[in-house]
Ligand binder design. Sequence first.
Ligand code: ADP
Ligand code: MG
Length: 713
Amino acid sequence: AARPPHFNGLPSNTNFPNNPKANSFNRRQKIAQQRKSLPIASVEKRLVHEVRNNDTLIIVGETGSGKTTQIPQFLYNAGFCRDGKIIGVTQPRRVAAVTVAKRVAEESGVELGQRVGYSIRFDDTTSGSTRIKYMTDGLLLREALLDPYLSRYSVLIVDEAHERTVHTDVLLGLLKDVQNKRSTFSNGCPNTENKQLSNGMLLDKGGGVFSSNLKQSQSRRFSTLKLIIMSASLDARAFSDYFGGARAVHVQGRQFPVDILYTLHPQPDYLDATLITIFQIHLEESPGDVLVFLTGQEEIESIERLIQERLRQLPEGNRNMWIVSIFSSLPSEKQMRVFAPTPPGFRKVILATNIAETSVTIPGIKYVVDPGFVKARSYDPAKGMESLIVIPTSKAQALQRSGRAGREGPGKCFRLYPESEFEKLEDSTKPEIKRCNLSNVVLQLMALGVNDVIGFDFIEKPPRAAIVKSLEQLFLLGALTEDCKLSDPLGHQMARLPLDPIYSKALIQASQFNCLEEVLITVAMLSVESIFYAPREKLEEARTAMKCFSSADGDHITLINVFRAADEFLEKRKSGQSKEKDDKVLKKWCKENFINSRSLRHARDIHRQIQGHVEQMGLHIASCGDDMVQFRRCLAASFFLNAALKQPEGSYRALASGQVVQIHPSSVLFRTKPECIIFNELVQTNHKYIRKITRIDYMWLTELAPQYYSMQR
Ligand code: ADP
Ligand code: MG
């Protein structure tokens, strides 16, 4: 079929941010206009004034009013970066940190990485001249390990605080403490001589107050930290109370009416319903872009394929749909595509995870399709098991989602469930800290010197049982000593790696099994979603392709095979070619082999980064060659908390939790069903499925994890 070239990319006449041909003068004028028309622009002076007068400020403002992109620029222009200090802005989501930083760099007319930059795990674009730094909340927590007073920052903005991710919650506690300490220091305490010179004089008069250089630099390092907590919803009270009655201000937004439509009956297959609704809008509604909320990369990619398929069946004149997607593991150069203007005569359909709920605002949206689901972490402290589940959104989320349709004019939101269901939704989402495994957080807090994690000043306490369970797990992994201190060196090394503690443990002990090379690849491949893909229309071909990589020992070795095959292929092809050529060649190879090229590229990036960390730690990267028993023993020694035994009827019993689970059909061990296995993922749909599985020998558990298996069983 004659498909217009638009579908795979942008027509060349559109002003794409990275398009050097774009008319940059016009674009800058347009941006200046857009900025001026944002609701927040009219209150710049007032906001700066509030920040000057309050060390802690809560800012609540409707989504899209300009908080994230504008406030850091206001503060920069008001001189908050004097003395080379930095304004830091944390985001719960990587994509938000990246796209917002790019936008703000463009708005300020600077190159990304100069005055404005971002830093997220495995990707840092900042430089010595960066003054406005967007980052994930998790990344700032890690920075605190190296710089406990966060002394480079004059202002820290915790954005999207309403999301209440576990990192945001921990960060709030940490920043409260850092702020206290810094103001104590900047007021001259604990050094009594300095005390008399307090009253904020140090800040204003700079170096003039002290004679000794040493004292001067100390006072500067510990100048007051301004804290701003930003949130999209009206829960300012909780934040304000937590910060001792901190001042809260509200920024007015603009909102046009949005028609909410419900289905008459519950939808048995929400993906199918989504597809039908997208086409219903496309064929029957007036022009305007569509935003569709899905739960993850896999779902987005499969819907995208289905839309393309169905488009091909439409008459030529109706194929003017442009599909873009946004989710966290999308390569960062692709993420900006969602913001590109819709080509004339086309309808843009944006397939997004809940990242588009409040974190990023895409202009031009008139229709929202909300199936009503979100992927969330869920944790059972009694069993010590974390899983990913797809759950209904809360009312607050449903409202945020529908609000996205009414930013520029009246809009419509299609909720793919009956109205009676809406009433049954929870009012708001439970903070993540109450429903996730806390091992990572506990390890980090301890590395920050917080020894009494249970007594830590959380904005909302996690369940005590969950903290105790993670202390227990960390002890079993060897990160803690018997008297509950971070062990040396293992605990400290584990805290330094930006990974889940069990992955860090696997890497660190891989040297003993002579298989660090294999474990590095494994950890990188486990960090991305869905390496394989199997489109419905080519299921058999895809299965055959997958067989070439399969290992009878399980999914981990299968993943290693894919990674290495790609490497070898590139190696063969490489004749001093550029990275872009590599990517292109790799993409083709992926397509032929039914490998998800986005995921593989992401995994290769992560691999490079972790390798850097591991080398810095002085670990020796060796390979076990063909002796995969060594590798599987290493997995058993690392993931012994996730071991499971086959039951007579073919399901499995997880040894640590006693839960009955099934092998997911995507696993290479789905049919062979070995006696004893370890697994890395638990996913709950209508079944409790485990994925990423490797066959092990039960005896290895007692041999390699006696601290657990001899005392428990
Ligand atoms: P808030 O943080 O209050 O939700 P933002 O500062 O994220 O608001 O967004 C302000 C405005 O900037 C919105 O109108 C949004 O559409 C626009 N915007 C943000 N990022 C981009 C981008 N990359 N391209 C075009 N417009 C953008
Ligand atoms: Mg924002």
